[in-house]
Design a protein around this ligand. Structure first.
Ligand SMILES: Nc1ncnc2c1ncn2[C@@H]1O[C@H](COP(=O)(O)OP(=O)(O)OP(=O)(O)O)[C@@H](O)[C@H]1O
Length: 740
């Protein structure tokens, strides 16, 4: 049962401006009470009614834990004086507040509202100031009114402030008529919340606004699953299910939305592709820019060959036929794709291309979609490679909203270079591809390198595969596995998996094992033994370097369960390790954790042995893993050490961006490499257990792969060619442009 406590905010004892967490003393005629909770908009002197519970704090004694609160108008003279002097109105301190109230008595607030010029009758208040006071008073009143209004729909004060700032007084009309607009305009309000508000207001389930918002929301959901568009029937069916309405009513709303330019409709072989407008233009413009870049350079083959021989001689390599072709095509085309599986010489080819152009005195830029991939590229080429975000000089960062990123490099300020090489192209989604293409002028050569059989990007699109499948650009496929690579069963098996062939699982290999177990408990025991005891010695690494990969999040062998178990064994509770529980997950000092979304604002620091900062920067990206070094319960901060000693401080509320990472999904492992991978494979949905997923998991391991579970499931995955279909139209858009 919640209780209610009313009173004045006497003192704000602590306040975290970022998340609103506040400790304050509330006073009324009877008590003075410490209140703790999230207050987004509060100043000393406000009169509030708080709902919550009394709790006993070990250190601080009795406290009132606030769940929600509302502002009330102060009533008596003392409360008016206290409110005015609280700092809520800038320029009025205690003394002036006392003079104002002494002069106007209980008329004070009415005078401020209705005859503010009379404030100038008080000593120390000019006419200008009087107007200013009235304005502030009015602003705050509106804001308070707005909050009271929004509170009835269960909207938190933080969101209420955002809504009020966005719409001002128009807010009332918008909320009453079309609360779905909130979902379009305000980050933090999604379709679901808007739909709840609509229900409370009494908007019908078949209202036009609701239908349209439902369609747009369905497309947005689809884009988070990687789709750029949805076929009309799929969109209609999913929307109907979401809204609980008849599918037949949806089609004409799709047409209406298209007329409003919120959706784009494209006819494709016998069906309609429905795009959200912004993704449509990202895709169409990417297609155009790719075509524009694809110019031919009329260089005589003899000359290229001559120069290539010189490079081979200088660097003492002999390129294979396809590798030579790749260098030649790179010289003769504005756009080239080089694709191949592990050990087929992609890196060697990149190196040859770099040396070839370098010998011509050309400028070259290297980049990759993730920090880890860029780091590897730097190591294998000896040239600085950056993330694509850094290459494009990301400038405006809105926390987690990738689609709102703004880059300094664009058509008005393009990258000035002769050649750009992008590695790990399979991870590039349509938004970052578009941003990259915008910053490249025709005449700069763009070389895209990647393994098309890896899982596609997390973000929408299937860029690398679509570019290849359009058949309009030069593509060099590297297929030969080089001798050194054939010594690794990881590489050999990866290629077999990809070709749908049976792999040898008799455990005679040095780096590829299957431990047959069919009991979940036993599988977990084996995984613990491998990660904690056996693998570190075998591959000469630490337990933390051994990565457990699993297809699923849920279930007995899913990420969540495995992390709990592995944490218990690899980093058990201990009196000298501090912990923080967050959303049912315990974070403990010493834990291995992973950042689960791109955050361009998080700052990191590298410190020397003497504690002096030697380097700092911003940006921690989806998939970056680190170790919790310290949990500070007093400052409510968690310090995590990422690669290369980059230290990052997370506030407790930012813990939602972290997850334990003893086990991670195969999807999250894209673009990473580990000394050893351990993978439970027992059961799971057939849709998920496919060739593509197994291939990606296996190719993450440098020195050892151990599968624990069922051989039948391994075989089933190899045989299951059905990838989860991605609806993306880049390939079609490119072909349309060439047909014109
Ligand atoms: N032309 C060549 N002649 C002899 N060996 C080669 C040649 N090209 C590549 N190799 C060797 O083959 C192995 C794999 O090459 P490389 O690292 O370039 O492939 P990759 O496709 O980048 O592999 P991965 O994706 O696994 O990093 C390396 O040991 C490399 O030295």
């Amino acid at each position: 049962m919640s209780e209610v406590l009313e009173g004045y905010v006497d003192k704000i004892v602590f306040r975290n401006a970022e998340n609103g967490y506040t400790v304050l003393t509330l006073v009324n005629d009877d008590v003075e009470m410490t209140c703790v909770g999230t207050f987004t908009f509060i100043s000393e002197g406000e009169f509030i009614r708080a709902t919550g519970n009394y709790t006993a704090h070990q250190l601080y004694g009795e406290q009132f834990q606030v769940q929600s609160y509302e502002f009330m108008e102060p009533e008596d003279l003392q409360s008016m004086e206290r409110y005015l002097g609280s700092g809520a109105i800038k320029g009025i301190g205690n003394a002036l507040a006392a003079r104002i109230v002494r002069k106007f008595k209980k008329d004070t607030f009415r005078i401020i509202e209705e005859e503010p010029e009379r404030l100038a009758e008080v000593k120390g208040i000019s006419e200008n100031m009087a107007r200013e006071i009235a304005k502030q008073f009015d602003d705050k009143k509106d804001m308070r009114g707005a909050m009271l209004f929004l509170q009835q729909f269960g909207i938190t004060t933080a969101l209420a402030v955002k809504i009020y700032k966005e719409y001002g007084a128009k807010m009332y009309q918008i909320v009453k008529e079309n609360p779905y607009k909130l979902a379009e305009d305000i980050s933090g309000i999604g379709f679901k919340l808007a739909d709840e508000i609509a229900a409370k207001i009494g908007i019908g389930t078949d209202s036009d606004y609701r239908m349209k918002a439902g369609i747009l929301y369905t497309l947005l959901q689809a884009s988070t699953a990687g789709h750029v568009y949805l076929p009309e029937d799929v969109l209609a069916a999913r929307t109907a299910e979401l809204l609980g309405v008849d599918v037949r009513g949806i089609e004409h709303h799709i047409i209406d939305l298209a007329m409003d330019k919120k959706l784009m409709i494209r006819e494709s072989e016998g069906y309609k592709q429905i795009y959200g407008a912004s993704l449509f233009y990202l895709e169409l413009n990417s297609a155009k820019m790719l075509c524009d870049l694809n110019i031919k350079y009329d260089l005589p083959l003899i000359e290229i060959d001559y120069r290539l021989k010189a490079v081979e001689k200088q660097f003492q390599i002999e390129l294979d036929e396809m590798q030579r072709t790749a260098v030649i095509e790179a010289a003769r085309n504005g756009l080239l794709v080089v694709t191949g599986g592990p050990g087929t010489g992609k890196t060697t080819t990149i190196n040859a291309i770099i040396r070839f152009f370098e010998a011509e005195g050309m400028d070259i830029l290297l980049a990759a979609p993730t920090g880890r991939a860029a780091k590897r590229m730097t190591e294998t080429t000896g040239y600085e490679a950056r993330t694509i975000h850094r290459l494009l000089e990301i400038s405006k960062m809105s926390g987690d909203m990738d689609n709102k990123l703004i880059f300094e490099r664009n058509e008005g300020n393009p990258l000035e270079t002769d050649v750009i090489i992008i590695d790990e192209m399979s991870m590039v989604d349509i938004s970052i591809m578009y941003a990259l293409l915008r910053a490249i002028t025709v005449g700069t050569r763009l070389i895209l390198v990647g393994d098309v059989n890896q899982l596609p990007s997390v973000g929408p699109g299937n860029v690398l595969k679509d570019i290849i499948n359009s058949h309009q650009f030069n593509v060099v496929k590297l297929t030969k596995i080089f001798r050194q690579a054939t010594e690794s069963d990881i590489i050999v098996n990866a290629h077999k998996i990809n070709a749908g062939e049976r792999i040898n699982l008799d455990n005679k290999s040095k780096d590829f094992f299957l431990l047959k177990r069919d009991d979940v408990t036993v599988i977990i025991q084996v995984i613990v033994a491998l990660v904690r005891d056996k693998m570190p010695k075998y591959v000469n690494a630490t337990s933390f370097d051994i990565q457990v990969l699993t297809p699923m999040r849920k279930g007995e062998l899913g990420v969540e369960r495995l992390n709990q178990v592995l944490q218990q064994f690899l980093n058990p509770p201990s009196p000298d390790k501090k912990e923080k529980e967050f959303h049912n997950c315990i974070f403990r000092e010493g834990d291995k954790v992973m950042q689960i979304k791109n955050n361009y604002q998080l700052t990191w620091e590298i410190k020397s042995r003497y504690g002096i900062t030697t380097e700092n920067g911003t940006g921690i990206f989806n998939g970056d893993t680190g170790i919790i070094k310290e949990i500070n319960l007093f400052a409510e901060q968690v310090t995590v050490e990422f690669d290369e000693g980059r230290m990052v401080e997370y506030t407790f509320s930012q813990l939602e961006e972290l997850e334990l990472a003893y086990a991670i999904t195969i999807h999250k492992s894209q673009g990473s490499e580990y000394p050893a991978v351990v993978m439970p494979l027992l059961t799971g949905p057939r849709m998920l257990l496919n060739r593509n997923l197994l291939y990606t998991a296996v190719t993450r391991a440098k020195n050892c792969v151990t599968i624990v579970g069922s051989q039948d499931v391994v075989q089933m995955m190899i045989d299951n060619e059905s990838e989860q279909k991605r609806f993306s139209g880049l390939s079609e858009r490119i072909r349309e442009l060439y047909l014109k």
